[in-house]
Design a protein around this ligand. Structure first.
Ligand code: TZP
Ligand code: MG
Length: 212
């Protein structure tokens, strides 16, 4: 059985890490309670992604967390990651599932109700819903979907989902109140002066939201 705790999903972003080393930042996030870490580095070569992926997988597993590779099924398989996260323009999910087999995790980004509904019928393990709020971490981000889409997905779909985009300690409670049980962040953790403390704060909100 696939073990998947999506509650605090931290995505890498070397360019936001204030000059700190990627591995050190992601380890600090794991110490703070990240349950999933994702390798998402648009400027690395295939070789560099393999090197970073092997190191991050080892790190994630040491903390009992899940390791996901963004965009690239080939890199995910090469480093034996736990799974891959695909966008709407990446390899279609059904093909990725064929290539990766039943045991790997596949996530898919969605940016509208129609996309979320369609994704819920595909062989995915979870979907991303967002950007909930404006974000500067993704230059080509779609326009914010707002809390209303989070609410609708939470109410009407049973597929696990992570809310993403512009989420931070100041607005996470609204996201949880809208029905999200999991959040994905880049800057709120990766760019924080104290990465561990930032992750821990978000994790505590998510844990509290789940009890409520
Ligand atoms: N997909 C939708 S928004 C986003 C991605 C990868 C960026 C999220 O970054 P941040 O810093 O948490 O807004
Ligand atoms: Mg992508």
């Amino acid at each position: 059985m696939k073990k998947l705790d999506l509650s605090l999903y931290v995505i890498s972003g070397q360019h936001l890490a204030q000059g700190r080393e990627l591995l050190a930042v992601m380890e600090a996030a794991l110490v703070g309670g990240a349950t999933v870490i994702q390798l998402r580095e648009k400027n690395l070569s295939g070789r560099e992604l393999v090197a970073a992926g092997l190191a991050l997988k080892e790190l994630a597993h040491r903390y009992g967390a899940t390791f996901i590779v963004n965009d690239r099924v080939d890199i995910a398989l090469a480093v034996d990651a736990d799974g891959v996260h695909l966008g709407q323009d990446d390899l279609p999910v059904t093909m990725a599932r064929q290539i990766m087999g039943p045991d790997k995790i596949i996530g898919l980004s969605t940016h509208s109700w129609e996309q979320a509904l369609a994704a819920s019928k595909l062989p995915v393990d979870y979907i991303g819903v967002g950007p909930v709020f404006p974000t500067s971490s993704k230059p080509d981000a779609e326009k914010p979907v707002g809390l209303s889409l989070v609410q609708r997905v939470a109410r009407e779909l049973s597929v696990p989902f992570v809310a993403i985009g512009g989420i931070n300690a100041g607005n996470i409670q609204q996201v949880l109140a809208a029905g999200a049980r999991n959040v994905a962040v880049i800057s709120a953790v990766v760019a924080a002066p104290d990465v561990t403390a930032a992750a821990r704060e978000l994790k505590n909100f998510v844990a509290g939201g789940r009890k409520a």
